[in-house]
Design a binder for this molecule. Structure first.
Ligand SMILES: *[C@@H]1O[C@H](CO)[C@@H](O)[C@H](O)[C@H]1NC(C)=O
Ligand SMILES: *[C@@H]1O[C@H](CO)[C@@H](O)[C@H](O)[C@H]1NC(C)=O
Ligand SMILES: *[C@@H]1O[C@H](CO)[C@@H](O)[C@H](O)[C@H]1NC(C)=O
Length: 346
């Protein structure tokens, strides 16, 4: 999201009598994690599978691999994220453009406003707006998933969405409220496409994972698309308030804004790496890997943006140097006749 617009939106909500205070009083970590690798592995959903069914982009600590059952901070020697104690891994699907002749080209990414890096993911950790309500940082081994790659209708609650970005600015509001859509945008987007993935804020307090990688977490009661940070109350089954993790990914679809490349009938030509052309199936994966209590310190200090005196920091040039080689040897960047893993659009 656009930083200034977010501040304005929060301020508007504040003056309109709701409880969300303006930015500055509403601190959140927001930082760049550059691309570690684009690869067809998925240690959460398909642990040990090389290759996994579809392609992902991965950011974070360089101990990332197909099993990921080890201790991330001790096995990693660098991270692609701004905060150098964050060896977590974050990953999402990647987006392809399907040309009129039926071939696919991977959509490049760009960095969110105000940050520096090489694409990758903008990561948010948002504490409660209620200063007396602390949030509990995740524990080593914790992992979670949002979204469902097989979804063929709009998932509820509305936590994964797309915004057709204007040439400049971001149409103000936050998260997944209007004008964001759960489907991929239909026409040319002058400023590219932004995707948002928002994780739940209530944890059962016991399980680091669950069979579906989801049910050890719950969204707060009455949680809305537009929620910023943990709001509402957690259900009794999931009483522990955790930071709200959010991913923001910017897709540079602008280079494909050409009527001669799009289908003759004008149908939108973008397709997720798992074959989804609706957009409903987008999803995000998370494995916690902050060193020691660094995330808890940052949440308690109510740090804001991508500077935090409670945390160690590295320059974007350093973060961008942290990469790992692709494990699955296949072409992901040419004009491809099928998507990696042989998916056809649905
Ligand atoms: C992943 O990395 C860990 C830690 O380095 C290692 O023990 C494990 O064997 C690796 N798994 C794979 C599939 O490479
Ligand atoms: C398909 O279209 C793209 C975009 O115009 C072009 O770059 C590519 O070479 C074409 N591929 C084939 C096999 O015609
Ligand atoms: C803020 O959190 C505290 C501690 O959990 C709680 O007692 C209080 O009611 C909350 N205030 C608001 C306005 O929700």
């Amino acid at each position: 999201m656009q930083w200034k617009a977010l501040a304005l939106a929060l301020f508007a909500e504040y003056v309109s009598g709701q409880t969300v205070p303006p930015i500055g009083q509403y601190p959140m970590l927001r930082f760049e994690c550059s691309q570690l690798v684009v690869d067809r592995i998925d240690p959460l959903v398909n642990p040990g599978s090389i290759p996994s069914p579809h392609l992902h982009q991965i950011v974070g600590g360089n101990s990332f691999n197909a099993t990921l059952s080890h201790d991330l901070p001790s096995a990693s020697t660098c991270t692609s994220c701004t905060f150098s104690e964050d060896f977590s891994n974050y990953w999402t699907a990647v987006l392809y453009f399907r040309a009129r002749n039926g071939t696919f080209k991977r959509v490049p990414q760009f960095v969110s406003e105000g940050l520096t890096g090489n694409g990758g993911i903008t990561v948010y950790y948002i504490p409660s707006s209620n200063k007396t309500q602390s949030v509990t940082a995740f524990k080593p081994g914790f992992r979670m998933l949002v979204g469902d790659s097989t979804a063929t209708s709009a998932p509820e609650p509305r936590k994964v969405c797309h915004r057709c970005m204007p040439k400049t600015g971001d149409n103000s509001n936050i998260n997944c409220g209007d004008p964001d859509t759960q489907t991929l945008p239909k026409g040319f987007c002058e400023g590219g496409i932004r995707t948002i993935i928002t994780f739940p804020t209530c944890w059962d307090g016991v399980n680091l994972d669950s069979p579906d990688h989801k049910s050890h977490l719950a969204y707060a009661q009455g949680s809305k698309a537009n929620d910023v940070g943990p709001t509402g109350s957690c259900p009794a089954s999931h009483p522990v308030v955790v930071p709200q993790v959010m991913y923001e990914v910017m897709w540079d679809t602008r280079i494909f804004n050409d009527k001669n490349l799009w289908p003759k009938d004008g149908a939108q030509p973008f397709v997720w790496s798992f074959g989804d052309q609706t957009g409903y199936g987008n999803h995000g994966d998370y494995v916690f890997g902050w060193k020691d209590d660094s995330l808890q310190r940052a949440m308690d200090a109510r740090c804001n943006g991508d500077t935090c005196t409670a945390l160690k920091y590295q320059a974007p040039e350093e973060a961008m140097k942290c990469t790992v080689p692709r494990v699955v040897d296949e072409d992901v960047d040419g004009w491809l006749t099928t998507l990696p893993g042989d998916h056809m659009p649905y």
